[in-house]
Design a protein around this ligand. Structure first.
Ligand code: H2U
Ligand code: ZN
Length: 353
């Protein structure tokens, strides 16, 4: 019997991290008797007097938010990283190593409106969020080696507040995930003299089986090595090392494509789709960034409905990540939703399958 990628178990290698994922497509049809999540309330007020992110409200530490009109950034009142404290001695024992880290954490409100989420915001307002992301990366990159811009959305992802917001954590050390990506992109560049993710995007565009959407400057796809059922990778089609390296046109078209695929996410299971997302760009204070290509990862937990999620447990904690529906099936499902919501192709986009 010949190997059949759509039905036979196999492993796929994540070219960015070097890690493998077990794909078991034959299991996708198994019956489910597991945990069902409760749905959050369907509608929210535009202003919630009890929300610590709404304009004019007082936060836990006693500071009042201004009456902000678009976006608002503040230092997280409960920072995971701190500045100005003593560092541990560098001479820790081999089996008990301690590393120094200093840093800061900020919260970014995407909108004063408590009831919105990014896909429901106007493209011009999403564009303002893109600008703040870029400003924060530029500003914090002067002081810190790694600036992590991210968003946790939905209470299934542990997000404490539905008010549309993201976070920025910046620190003096390079964390695990970007360190793996730095290593594998540098290694690929050394061998091919071309950035891994640009070669990968070009190949995905020509194969077309995992594409979800694209426009003149961006492509969004389910990566070949995806772990989460509807995981997405969003990347610019031209070389860009950091968020603050995006030009005006790339920023406008980022806002446009985000609105499209985030609406597709919401349409998939007819809910405000939960996820953790974040941007990865070249680490700050790096001279040679030729191997780096800016990208965003979207990791949504949902598996087969608004209330049935995937758990990363058992084999995944102890051996390696595993998925049932294939990346190609997930991309085809997302394209079906896309065509229902957006019958017209994205402006200036080449045709997508
Ligand atoms: P989530 O994205 O996980 O909901 O977190 C929101 C952040 O807001 C969280 O890191 C911070 C928390 O520390 N926060 C404040 O800075 N001030 C507050 O008054 C409450 C929450
Ligand atoms: Zn609010």
């Amino acid at each position: 019997m010949p190997f059949d990628v759509e039905n036979h178990p196999h492993r796929r290698r994540n070219a960015l991290t070097g890690e493998w994922v077990l794909v078991s497509p034959h299991r996708a049809k198994r019956p489910w008797k597991g945990k069902v999540e409760a749905l959050p309330p369907a509608s929210r007020p535009a202003y919630d007097p009890a929300c610590y992110l709404c304009p004019r409200n007082t936060r836990a530490a006693g500071v009042a938010n201004p009456d902000y009109a678009n976006t608002y950034v503040f230092e997280n009142d409960f920072r995971a990283l701190l500045d100005g404290l003593p560092a541990p001695s560098s001479a820790s024992a081999e089996l008990f190593r301690i590393g120094a880290v200093a840093g800061t954490c900020r919260v970014l409100c995407f909108s004063p409106r408590h009831d919105l989420t990014l896909p429901n915001m106007a493209p011009a307002d999403i564009r303002r969020v893109v600008d703040v992301w870029a400003e924060q990366v530029a500003e914090l990159g002067h002081r810190y080696r790694w600036v992590q811009v991210f968003e946790n959305k939905g209470d299934v992802m542990g997000c404490s507040n539905p008010h549309p917001h993201g976070q920025i954590w910046a620190g003096t050390s390079l964390p695990n995930e970007p360190a793996k990506e730095d290593h594998h992109q540098a290694e690929y560049f050394r061998r091919h003299r071309s950035p891994l993710l640009l070669d990968y995007a070009a190949e995905e565009i020509s194969r077309a089986e995992r594409l979800v959407d694209q426009n003149r400057h961006w492509v969004v796809l389910v990566p070949f090595w995806a772990v989460w059922p509807y995981e997405l990778l969003l990347l610019p089609r031209q070389p860009v090392a950091h968020l603050d390296g995006l030009d005006e046109a790339q920023r406008d078209s980022l806002a446009a494509i985000m609105k499209r695929f985030l609406r597709v996410y919401d349409g998939l299971f007819d809910c405000s789709f939960p996820y953790s997302m974040g941007w990865h760009g070249a680490p700050a204070q790096t001279e040679d960034t030729r191997h780096w290509q800016l990208h965003a990862h979207y990791y949504p937990p949902l598996l087969r409905s608004a209330t049935v999620r995937k758990f990363m447990v058992g084999y995944e904690m102890l051996a390696e990540a595993q998925r049932d529906i294939s990346a190609e099936q997930a991309a085809a499902t997302l394209r079906t939703v896309r065509d229902r919501l957006w019958p017209e192709p994205s402006p200036a986009a080449p045709p997508v399958p």
